[in-house]
Design a protein around this ligand. Structure first.
Ligand SMILES: [Fe+2]
Ligand SMILES: [Fe+2]
Length: 168
């Protein structure tokens, strides 16, 4: 996702605006997710990219957008809390589901999307194609958010090297 690309999509904005306005979703901005992004940025990226894919495939893009935004609605730092990775993978979708139910009514599909988004690491299989999409986009974003700042650092370094060699 291009940064802030979602802001230009009025249909997307309309689908998630009530959720975005809640204190709970706003609070996600206070947590680091993958080194270089906040949990809010990550959640929007997962939600918006999944929404676009679901829309193209004629699936329930509304459910994907909303549940995608709420899939990591938990408030601890998963890198410092004393869980092993397996426990975190198991626990945080359940915490997110419980929190999400406090701010909106969830359809069975939306519940499945939130609960099964870690299904590669846990055993619970998704019931819907929509859940699979969010889970795959979540994996993709995790890698992307980790790698892209490294990439721009590398590009900057390359330019610097070019400049130094040009002077000589
Ligand atoms: Fe997650
Ligand atoms: Fe996630």
């Amino acid at each position: 996702m291009q940064k802030d690309e979602w802001k230009n999509d009025s249909e997307y904005r309309e689908i998630v605006s009530d959720l975005m306005a809640t204190d709970m979703v706003k609070k996600l901005a206070n947590y680091t997710q993958h080194h270089h992004s906040t949990r809010l940025e990550h959640s929007i990226a997962v939600s918006f990219d999944s929404y676009k894919i679901a829309k193209r495939r004629g699936l329930d893009y509304r459910a994907v957008a909303r549940a995608g935004l709420l899939h990591d609605l938990f408030f601890y730092d998963w890198r410092t809390t004393k869980f092993d990775l397996g426990s975190h993978a198991f626990i945080h979708p359940r915490v997110a589901l419980r929190n999400a139910e406090r701010i909106t009514q969830l359809s069975p599909m939306e519940k499945d999307i939130i609960l099964k988004h870690m299904w590669g690491l846990t055993l619970a299989r998704p019931k819907y194609e929509e859940s699979v999409i969010v889970s795959l986009v979540d994996d993709y974003e995790a890698v992307h958010e980790f790698v892209s700042p490294l990439k721009s650092k590398f590009e900057a370094l390359k330019k610097q090297v070019k400049r130094t060699t040009a002077v000589k």
